[in-house]
Design a protein around this ligand. Structure first.
Ligand code: ADP
Length: 472
C-alpha cells in the first residue's frame, strides 16, 4: 500500500495559504512520526517486493509515461503551483514544462548507467554494479516543488530506489498530485510515497528514520545541518543542496545588450527565491557607472503582483519570508549602503499578500551582510572590481559556492575565471538560474555536497557494488 498523503493518523491538518492574498484555500495532512513510519514501511516493503525485479528498461518506461501525464496535465499543475507558491503564471508553466522534461530525461537514462569491469589478478574477474540505496527520503523546499520533486523522483526511481517525499508545508499540493499521476503511469503502489506536514515533525522524523537508506535535501543551510545530524544517527548518506550567493562577473568587454536582461532575470525569477539566483553582480570599475545606471533604470520598472497578473514577480511564499527579506533590505539601508532603485508593488495587489518591492544596492562592500548572506528575495547587490584577480577574490569571498556567471569576450579569461571560481556550475556569457535538467548541479563549501540533475545524480542515487569471481 502506498501511504496516502491525504490524511494523518491524528486527523490533524494545516491550512494552505495563497501568498498572493494571504487567504487559506486548501488544507494538507499534518503528518506526525507515526505517518512517517507508515510511509517508510510502505517504501521498504515495495523495495523488497516486486519493484526489485522491475527491469531498468521498464522503470524508464514508467517515468516516460509520467512525463506524458505531466504534459497532459500541464495547465492544471502550473496553475496549482502558481496558486500555492505565488509565482507568476508563466513561471508555473515553465516549471511544469521542466518537470515533464525531468521525467523524460530520467525515463531515458534509467538503463544507460553502466558498471565497470576491473583488470584484477589472473584467474579473477571483477565487476562493479550500480545498486539502489533502497528507500530514499526526499525533503524538498517550497520554491520549485514540481521541478525539485521531479529531479529527486526521476533520479531515485531510475536507479531502482523507492521514495518518501516530504514537500514543504508551504507548498505541498503539486507533490500530492504527482504521486497520483505516478500511480496512473503504472509505478507500483508503495514506490512513491508522500508525507506532508511540518519540517520539525514530519521532516525530522523522516530524516532520522531507521528504514530510510539515503536522504536528499534542498533547502536552507541550517535545516541541512539538522538533517545531516539526524541521518548521521543511522550513518546514512545524504545529498545536500543548500543555496548560494552566486556572483555574475561582468568585464568591460562584455556584450551588455546580451548580459543585462539575463542578469535582471537571474535575480527576479521566482521573486529571487531560487537557490541559484544571481544575487551579486561584480562589475569592472571602467563600466560600473553605466551598468549600474542601466540596471537601476530596469529595477525601477519592476512590479510585484498576484500570480494571476503575471507581472515581473509574485509575492514571497509566506509572511515570514516577506518580513525576513524586508528586514534585510531595511538593515542594508540602515548600514548606509546606497539604494540605486526600488521596484513597485502593483496598486491593486491584495493587501493580505506577501509582497516585497525589488531592491538594487550599489557600491556594496564584498563583506557587507547583504553581499554575504542569502536573501532569497528580489535583492541585487552591485560590487565594483579592479581587475581579473580582484573579481575572482570577491567572487570567492562568501561561504557559498553554487553557481557563477562570467561575462567577457576574452576566450582566455573565460577559461581562467571559470576555473578559478569556486562554484558547482559556471555559465560563460549566459546564466541558467535553475536551468538545464541535463547539467549536474550542486555546491562547494556551504552550498552543500553531492550532485543532482543530469546523469551525475544517478551516482548519488546509487552505490557501487563490486563482485569478484575466482574462476581459476
Ligand atoms: P524555510 O526555512 O524557508 O522553511 P527550510 O530549508 O527549513 O526552509 O525547508 C525546506 C524543507 O525542509 C521543507 O520541506 C521543510 O519542511 C523541511 N524541514 C524544515 N525543518 C526540518 C527539520 N528539522 N528536519 C527535516 N526537515 C525539515
Amino acid at each position: 500500500m502506498t501511504a496516502r498523503p491525504r490524511t494523518a493518523l491524528s486527523g490533524e491538518r494545516l491550512d494552505v495559504f495563497c501568498p498572493s492574498d494571504g487567504k487559506a484555500f486548501a488544507s494538507i495532512a499534518a503528518s506526525g512520526a507515526e505517518d512517517v513510519d507508515r510511509a517508510a514501511a510502505a517504501a521498504a516493503r515495495a523495495f523488497e517486493g516486486p519493484w526489485r525485479k522491475v527491469s531498468a528498461l521498464e522503470r524508464g518506461r514508467m517515468l516516460t509515461r509520467l512525463s506524458a501525464l505531466v504534459k497532459k496535465h500541464a495547465e492544471e499543475l502550473a496553475a496549482l503551483e502558481s496558486r500555492d507558491t505565488g509565482k507568476p503564471a508563466r513561471q508555473g508553466r515553465a516549471d511544469a514544462a521542466v518537470t515533464e522534461r525531468y521525467y523524460e530525461f530520467y525515463g531515458g537514462a534509467a538503463d544507460k548507467l553502466m558498471g565497470d569491469q576491473i583488470p584484477f589478478l589472473d584467474g579473477f574477474t571483477a565487476l562493479t554494479l550500480r545498486e539502489p540505496h533502497g528507500v530514499v527520503a526526499g525533503i524538498i523546499p517550497w520554491n520549485y516543488p514540481l521541478q525539485i520533486g521531479a529531479r529527486v523522483l526521476g533520479a531515485a526511481l531510475a536507479m531502482g530506489n523507492t521514495l518518501v517525499l516530504k514537500p514543504a508545508e508551504d507548498a505541498s499540493l503539486t507533490t500530492i498530485r504527482i504521486a497520483e499521476l505516478a500511480l496512473e503511469a503504472g509505478i507500483p503502489e508503495g514506490v512513491v510515497n508522500v508525507v506532508t506536514g511540518l519540517g520539525a515533525t514530519a521532516g525530522a522524523a523522516l530524516s532520522r528514520h531507521g528504514q530510510v537508506d539515503y536522504v536528499t535535501f534542498t533547502g536552507s543551510p541550517m535545516t541541512g545541518t539538522a538533517i545531516q545530524q539526524a541521518a548521521a544517527v543511522n550513518n546514512r548518506g545524504v545529498t545536500m543542496e543548500l543555496g548560494g550567493k552566486s556572483p555574475q562577473i561582468v568585464f568591460a568587454d562584455a556584450d551588455l545588450v546580451k548580459a543585462l536582461p539575463v542578469i535582471v532575470n537571474a535575480i527576479i525569477q521566482n521573486g529571487g527565491q531560487t537557490c541559484s539566483a544571481g544575487s551579486r553582480v561584480l562589475i569592472e570599475k571602467k563600466i560600473y557607472q553605466p551598468v549600474a545606471e542601466a540596471l537601476a533604470h530596469r529595477f525601477a520598472q519592476l512590479t510585484a503582483g498576484p500570480h494571476v497578473a503575471d507581472l515581473d514577480l509574485g509575492p514571497m511564499v509566506n509572511r515570514r519570508q516577506a518580513e525576513r527579506v524586508a528586514a534585510m533590505i531595511a538593515a542594508a539601508k540602515e548600514a548606509g549602503i546606497p539604494i540605486l532603485a526600488e521596484g513597485k508593488i502593483a496598486p491593486d495587489a491584495p493587501s493580505g499578500g506577501y509582497y516585497v518591492a525589488p531592491a538594487l544596492f550599489g557600491s556594496v562592500d564584498p563583506m557587507a551582510a547583504i553581499a554575504q548572506e542569502e536573501v532569497f528575495g528580489p535583492v541585487l547587490s552591485l560590487l565594483p572590481f579592479d581587475d581579473e584577480d580582484d573579481a575572482i577574490r570577491i567572487a570567492n569571498s562568501t561561504e557559498f559556492g553554487l553557481v557563477a556567471g562570467v561575462w567577457t569576450a576574452d576566450g582566455g579569461r573565460q577559461h581562467r575565471v571559470a576555473k578559478a571560481v569556486r562554484a558547482g556550475q559556471v555559465w560563460v556569457n549566459s546564466y541558467g538560474a535553475g536551468g538545464g535538467v541535463e547539467l549536474p548541479f550542486g555546491g562547494f563549501k556551504k552550498s552543500g555536497h553531492g550532485r543532482e540533475k543530469g546523469l551525475e545524480a544517478l551516482y548519488d542515487m546509487s552505490a557501487t557494488k563490486t563482485i569478484v569471481f575466482n574462476h581459476g
